[in-house]
Design a binder for this molecule. Sequence first.
Ligand SMILES: Nc1ncnc2c1ncn2[C@@H]1O[C@H](COP(=O)(O)OP(=O)(O)OP(=O)(O)O)[C@@H](O)[C@H]1O
Length: 559
Amino acid sequence: MTSSAIIPSPIKPIATLPIDEGLAQALLSSLTEYGAQLHGRRVWLACSGGRDSLALAALCVQLYHHGRLPFLPQLLHVDHGLQADSSVWAQHVARWATAQNLPCQILRAQVKGQDEQAARHARYEVMRAVLNTDDVLMLAHHADDQAETILMRLIQGAGVNGLSGMQPWRTQTQGGRRNALWRPWLTAKRSKISRYAQRLQLPYIDDPTNEAGDNVRSGLRRDIMPVLATYNPNVIDNIARSAQLLSDAQSIINDQAIEDLQRVAVSDLQLASAQRVLNIAVLNTLSSYRQRQLLHHWLTQDEPLPPTKQLVDEVFGLSRRQDSNHQTALFWQASLQSYVIRRYRQRLYRISSDWLDWLTLPLGKVEHVISDLTDEVASTPAIRQQPILMTLRSDTHFVWQAKIWPHALATLLGGDRSSSATFSKDMLIKDTLSKGTLRDKLANHQGTIRLSFAPLARQQRVRTVSMPRPQAGKKLYQTLGIPVWLRESLVIVSVDCRHSKDGQDDLIENAAAVPILLLSPFDCWILHTDIMRVESNHPAAFDEIAEGVVSQIMIQKAR
Ligand SMILES: Nc1ncnc2c1ncn2[C@@H]1O[C@H](COP(=O)(O)OP(=O)(O)OP(=O)(O)O)[C@@H](O)[C@H]1O
């Protein structure tokens, strides 16, 4: 309730007045249906002070007083501060609650904008801040509200989900906290609630805009619903029944989309809400209506509101393209954050703008010195489990750490004698360099080994063990299948060796750092060098040497 209202007559206690059995049944049967979810949870009631929510609060008081309701909800009233007298309404609700022995909290919302939508948004925001995880918030929406909602959505072109109307029970998670909205009166008619409120002489606040007809909802209420009732007096119940049927249909669609998504999502490239990836080839095995449904579901993950049909159609179109132009980027400003949807090769990416921004942050140079690889690799299994962890890039949203496993590194460099590697000494690359060279030192683990991590320069030529010759820039990205947005996030890991001279560590003369690995946040490639004992047909044996670990930092909103 946001507009000027009429402040009503005196307040009377209602606990012992007669109960409306029809309305009580509506509430109690919803209580039975959601009893398991309600068990042990704190229940609040959002009370505008209007007829419906005051009547629901009154019924709760009465049923509780008669021992038919096991809890008494606490009232939450939101003062939108949009009208000069809104604080007077707030005081009125608080006084009524006190007279009924109902706990009540008055909250002040900061509304950005003037319309109903802005007020509703601000209202839920401020109420959510009060709710603890798993709390339940009762709303007084009723069958007439439901019918109006469905008609409104119908003329806006909603799909099955929208035409399912408001759900009697809906859980929502935001900022890491989960709570539930409960609408126990969706089967109760407005006319019944009005009669009940009058019988109890409830001092509700009358909001004249409800009947003014100057917005879509009140226009439908005033002009359309009475006309529809002349065709079928059960119009409200019938629309509610259609909504229920569509709600069941939506559940089936959701189950199907979840099942399809499990097959089509590329799970090793998922990064919570930052990056979600689909395999287009698998997507194409589904019928086109299931593909569209899956895309709708895929886009909506991590978001409270679905994308438009137009966006789903555009993403569908993108997934169908066969050409090698990967420049198309579809932008989606969703409720919680914005995303870009892109296609690269046979994959579809939904990338959050936080993640895209993070991918452009500069990469620092970092080093790690291993004093004795054989010590780090010592044969106890526990130590073998300890990776070298290097932070390559981090901000308040994401941290990228490279994990290097010393035992795999030792094996790769050719000298882990404790390793049970399948490679024999014979497989070491032929020793053509003189004693005391870097390779020799690495192979014998004399002195210390320095690992350095530096961004891959665009013109830097690199040869992975599966490439016949070194490549740089675009050619390299294409060979390795690195999408455009990951190209500033490539790191070269190099190794060089110091040897002990009079107890001092010194860099070996002319022993330049040798690049051994190329890392991206999701991949690791072993590079071809003559110091390593890996041959191109055996790269898989060293898969375990390194991995990129990117963690998403969940920023909890301060309460
Ligand atoms: N200012 C408010 N403070 C707390 N809850 C509210 C407020 N406004 C609305 N609500 C809750 O949201 C529900 C739906 O809002 P809506 O705007 O349709 O209600 P209303 O017509 O203003 O009030 P009512 O439903 O109480 O007659 C209400 O039934 C009530 O539970």
